[in-house]
Write a protein that binds this ligand. Structure first.
Ligand code: CS2
Length: 468
């Protein structure tokens, strides 16, 4: 039997404690992936459990209809299985009140975006979906969905196009705008999305862009929870815990964190009821998380590829490799300013324990995906900062060298710049093996491309790890 509103759940499974029939839409979310389901939706569920409110989530997937069909078959319900050494706990989340595939039903998405009941639009669409040119910080106009959003703006394609068209409808109707809350792992994520939205709006109608600049809030947020892609084992576990089949089940760690800039002129859920923290400045938290967690993740993922280890926890079980992750963090933490309320040593200890969690099967190749989109915020900006502070930034050179060595080993990449990476691997000059990577347009900042000594450190790391 499939999980749905009629399922009699076993005792011990958490479930919505509010009246789902009375749920009204208040949030529209783009990107119905595992991360959203285990993070923002769980916080919103906590709010709804604590106090009734108009905060149902309209979940929009941009392209694939599959998760939307699964939610439809399950009355919007799915389970989150929290796994730790103490065992598994299942929670059925009911906060999603409608589900739409934007490619199949764009009109329904536009109707919600125009609807004043939607007060917050959240996004988890991955780094690459925004069409951000890392070199200029502007829109990459050769990005397929950016190009489409410029040529046919009334029929949006990418997230920035949807936001602009939704805001245009509000502007035209004289309706208060929604607040845009980016939940992707980009630095200053709210500010980046604001800049891209204003650029696209400006290309369409300068008056629209002015109105957005004046009236729309784009708070930054730092999101954190390790959520591996679901597998058959996840679904089997859900089946055993729920006594019903759940095609949307996901598993995750107990840790969860959300730090949000508190700027929501149209109102927002009291996400602090779920443990979120509202802060005046979120950038220090974002930087901490991107450089300590995500930077080490990228390093660990490629160490895993090089050593034929499938999961993050397998890399952490090899003492020399775990020590490398630790020393990477120790270098990265030097590039951070103090973060209010956070003991950075304890934060790093927790990260090591989270990565080693034996109950979490997080595949290295999942993290190694789209690395070109992740390097700037995770490894390259901290390298630039470390060099500017007089360090040799060797830890970051080593992480880049390990990435290149892993690419050279497999000859493959799951990355939007795959073809360029494959040809860079084919033309690695023996005396300067990273040269073809440094030549990739806009990938490395000038401060690194022009630094011969740092590039030599990358080369030394490639030589060491290719030989290992
Ligand atoms: C990971 C992140 O896939 C990746 O690149 O580094 O998804 C990571 O698991 C999350 O940011 C943790 O909050």
């Amino acid at each position: 039997m499939r999980l749905n509103a009629a399922t009699a759940l076993p005792d011990g499974v958490d479930r919505p404690r509010y009246d789902r029939d009375g749920l009204r839409p208040g949030i529209l979310h783009f990107g119905l992936g595992a991360f959203h389901r285990a993070h923002q939706a769980v916080y919103t569920e906590a709010v709804l459990n604590a106090e009734a409110g108009p905060w149902g989530i309209v979940a929009v997937n941009l392209r694939s209809p599959a998760p939307v069909q699964d939610l439809q078959a399950q009355d919007g319900l799915y389970s989150v299985i929290t796994r730790s050494a103490e065992g598994d706990r299942a929670q059925v989340v009911g906060a999603t009140c409608d589900w739409i595939c934007a490619a199949e039903d764009p009109e329904a998405v536009l109707a919600y975006l125009a609807d004043a009941r939607i007060r917050v639009v959240t996004l988890t669409v991955t780094e690459k979906a925004y069409g951000l040119d890392p070199e200029t910080g502007a829109l990459d106009r050769s990005h397929p969905s950016v190009a489409a959003d410029i040529s046919t703006p009334e029929r949006p394609s990418g997230p920035i196009g949807w936001l602009v068209e939704g805001l245009r409808l509000r502007h035209e109707a004289g309706t208060l705008p929604f607040t845009v809350l980016c939940c992707d792992n980009l630095p200053s994520n709210g500010r980046v999305v604001r800049r891209l939205v204003l650029e696209l709006a400006e290309a369409r109608d300068p008056a629209l862009s002015e109105w957005i600049a004046e009236h729309v809030a784009f708070p930054c947020s730092m999101v954190d929870r390790i959520v591996p892609a679901a597998t058959d084992a996840t679904r089997a576990r859900a089946n055993a815990l729920l006594g019903a089949e759940d095609a949307m089940a996901i598993e995750t760690e107990p840790f969860i964190q959300w730090v949000i800039e508190d700027h929501f002129p149209a109102g927002r859920p009291d996400w602090q009821l779920g443990g979120a923290v509202f802060a005046e400045h979120v950038e220090p938290y974002e930087k901490m998380k991107l450089r300590l967690l995500n930077g080490s993740h990228t390093l660990i993922a490629h160490l895993g590829v090089l050593h034929g280890l499938e999961h993050v926890r397998d890399v952490m079980a090899v003492p020399e490799l775990a020590a490398l992750a630790r020393s990477h963090m120790q270098a990265a933490v030097q590039t951070l300013d103090p973060v209010p309320g956070i003991d950075l040593d304890a934060y790093m200890d927790d990260l090591i324990a989270r990565f080693a969690n034996p109950a979490i099967a997080h595949r290295n190749i999942q993290i190694a995906m789209d690395t070109t989109q992740k390097l700037p915020q995770r490894l390259l900006s901290p390298a630039v900062d470390a060099l500017a502070a007089g360090s040799d930034a060797n830890a970051f050179a080593r992480a880049i060298g390990i990435w290149i060595a892993a690419l050279a080993l497999t000859g493959e990449a799951n990355d939007p710049r795959r073809d360029e990476l494959i040809s860079a691997v084919k033309f690695m000059p023996p005396d300067d093996p990273s040269a073809s990577f440094f030549a990739m347009q806009g990938l490395f900042p000038q401060a690194l491309t022009n630094n011969r000594a740092w590039r030599d450190r990358v080369n030394a790391a490639i030589a060491e790890w290719r030989a290992a």
